[in-house]
Structure formats: C-alpha cells, structure tokens
Design a protein around this ligand. Structure first.
Ligand code: ATP
Length: 362
C-alpha cells in the first residue's frame, strides 16, 4: 500500500525557481497519474534570502528538511551576493545541509539519452554509468577549517574514515546490484577511483573498498587511479558501471561526466544518508540566463525521478518506483523524438515548451 510523502522543495536562486516550477508540474502530473499522494512544501533558502534577511538557511527551513521524507533543491547561490569575508553563501549552505542531514553518498548518473549528442564518439554502446562521491569527508572535511601561516603557507587536510568509506562503498555495491551492468558487455562492475600509489589516505580508502567488495559476490571490483580515469572516461566510457571515490575527486569527475552526456542541464543527482536524502541538478544557478525561460529543466525533472525511485526503494513502495519510471520514460521519449530541445543541447525550445512535451508523454 502506497503512503503519502512530505517533500520539501527549495527553488533557490537564478534559474532555480524556473526549473523548480516546471519540475513541480511534472511531479504533480506523474503522481496523480499513478495514484501516489505527495505533499509539496515550498521553502525559501539561498542567496536571495541572504540578501534580504542576512540568513541563507533559516533554522525552521532546516527543521522542515529534517522532518520531510525527501528534499528537492534546484540551485542556490549568486556570485554578487557575498558574506562579509567575501565568500559566497552556496558552499556554506550546502556543506551545512549535508552535515546536518548526514548525506554520506552523492549519486551522479552519467547517462547519454537517445537523441542527445555527446562530444565523444560513443558508438552503439553509449554511456550509462554512475559516479558515487563520498559526500561528507575527504578534502571537504577541511571546509570551514584549513590553516594559513602568514603569507607563505596554507594547508587543508584530507580525512578518510573507515566508517565513511564503508558507507559510500556499500552504497556503490547496492546500486550496482540494481543496475543492468556496464553498456559494453552487461558486466556488473564497481570501480574504486583513488590515488593509492601516492597518499596513505587513498591507500586506506582502496583497502576498505576491497574489504566491502569481498562481502558482495556477483559484482566485480577493480581500482583505478583518478588521473587515469579522467582519460578512460573520455576514451572508453561504455566500460564503466559504478565508480566510487573521495569527495574532491567526485566533485571534479562528475562535471567531466556531465560534459560527455550533453552538459550540466542533463545531469541529475541525489545525496543519500541513512535517514535523509536530498535531490538536485548538478548545475548551479546560471544567473546569466535566469528569468528568460530558456534554462533546461530536465536535470531537475530527472532529479525528481531519482527522488521517487529512492522513496520507493526505501519504503518498498512500487507506486513511487512507477512514478520515477514514468517521469524518466517521458523525458526519454521527448529526447528520442528529437523535435524539441533547449539551447544548451542544441535546440531553441523554452523551459516551458520542453516541460509541456514531457507532460504530454507522461
Ligand atoms: P556553481 O558554482 O553554482 O556550480 P557554475 O557557475 O559553476 O555554478 P552553472 O551555474 O551550473 O555553473 O552554469 C554554468 C553554465 O552552464 C551556465 O552559464 C549556463 O550557460 C550553463 N547551464 C547550467 N545549467 C543550465 C541549464 N539548466 N540550462 C541551460 N544551461 C545551463
């Protein structure tokens, strides 16, 4: 029996409100068609709110995020809104949310949809892999810390723990078990991406990875250095299924991943913890195109699909999984038809037109 889900939406800044408006239309239509009850609670946080009130993430909004079944965020941050120390509000707010919600694994699918052109020669096999980024530690553990000694030296420290590494590696094998394997031959494979030849912290990450791998039969495990992976992802992307890596490596490789499947407008993401989850497109607020109704809403719409899939898995709810599949199938149908696409992927359709087409295909 399907239950009702409370979902907090954070429209944020720049193109965020436009892509959230369109994603809301899709979520409402898809859940109604499948008979799934949802309650959307729109809340405000981000740079615009900071400019007006001096607070980017009010306590009551954080409490609502913690009380919700899931959070969908479109994009936050504006380059001209700065804190007194000169930094933007976005990193502070995102790291704060991740830490408060315990979001240990960031899931970044890298999937080339039919009808979308890749900058690579992909052949028949296409691209369909997932980057799993450890989301709370690694080099980002230093965020808010770090050390500067006068004008000559500054340091940030990489932190790798057994617990954090096990969590993200376990999630990688769980994900691989549900997927249909790598495009080249269907083999289920998890690749650890590290720099174990140089850093002790990375050698430890790899050791814990293989420890977790030994507990999962039926899924092959391998390890590759991060510099080599940035080459293989471009030369032979169909050879990968699930990759797992430290926070900063994942931050960098996931933008490369978005780049080979049509760009940031096509890249959804999920941030998963034990008790909470947050979903958001990989792109930022793209302020130079904000307010023109030309942004690509598909990364946010697909992040919404990931949210329903996660809710379905977590609550053993086939209706929520059906909503996720319905949304992704509709997006795929629009892209395959090839008539409508936004400017970032080579067309001239508006944000609203592309969403109308998704709605017609639901
Ligand atoms: P952040 O630092 O917040 O991640 P950023 O400045 O690195 O942001 P984005 O705001 O994501 O990057 O955008 C970079 C460029 O990519 C934008 O200027 C825009 O041209 C393009 N872009 C990003 N998202 C979209 C989208 N949804 N639709 C169309 N173009 C997009």
């Amino acid at each position: 029996m399907s239950q009702s889900y409370k979902i907090v939406t954070l429209p944020g800044d720049g193109i965020g409100p436009e892509v959230m408006r369109e994603t809301t239309r899709v979520m409402n239509a898809a859940t109604e068609a499948c008979g799934l009850q949802i309650e959307l609670q729109e809340r405000h946080a981000g740079a615009t709110l900071y400019r007006e009130t001096g607070v980017a993430l009010p306590d009551n909004v954080l409490s609502d995020c913690l009380a919700a079944d899931a959070v969908l965020l479109s994009a936050i941050g504006l380059p001209d809104v700065r804190k007194p120390d000169g930094t933007e509000v976005q990193p502070d707010m995102m790291v704060g949310l991740r830490r408060a919600m315990g979001l240990h694994s960031a899931v970044r699918p890298v999937k080339l949809y039919p009808g979308v052109e890749s900058c690579l020669k992909t052949g028949e096999q296409g691209i369909d892999f997932v980057i799993l980024r450890e989301n709370l530690e690694g080099l980002f553990a230093s965020f808010g810390g770090g050390c500067r000694v006068g004008d000559s030296v500054a340091t940030d420290t990489m932190v790798i723990t057994r617990e954090g590494t096990r969590k993200v590696c376990e999630y990688a094998f769980k994900l691989a078990a549900r997927r249909k394997g790598r495009p080249s031959d269907g083999k289920k494979l998890v690749t650890c991406v590290d720099k174990a030849n140089i850093f002790r912290s990375m050698a430890f990450f790899r050791e814990v990875f293989f420890e977790v791998a030994s507990e999962h039969s039926g899924i092959e495990a391998e390890a590759t250095y991060v510099d080599a992976m940035s080459l293989y992802m471009v030369q032979n992307p169909s050879a990968y299924d699930v990759m797992v890596m430290e926070n900063q490596f994942g931050d960098i490789l996931s933008d490369l991943g978005a780049g080979i499947v049509g760009g940031l407008g096509m890249a959804p993401s999920a941030e998963i913890g034990e008790d909470h989850a947050l979903f958001q497109p990989s792109h930022g607020t793209a302020p130079q195109i904000a307010g023109q109704n030309i942004a690509n809403p598909l990364a946010t719409i697909l992040s919404g699909a990931m949210m329903f899939d996660w809710l379905g898995e977590r609550h053993d709810d086939a209706t929520a999984i059906a909503v996720a599949q319905k949304i992704e199938t509709a997006v795929q149908a629009v892209l395959t038809a090839g008539e409508l696409r936004t400017a970032d992927i080579g067309g001239s359709a508006t944000t609203t037109e592309i969403t109308d087409a998704v709605l017609q295909n639901l």
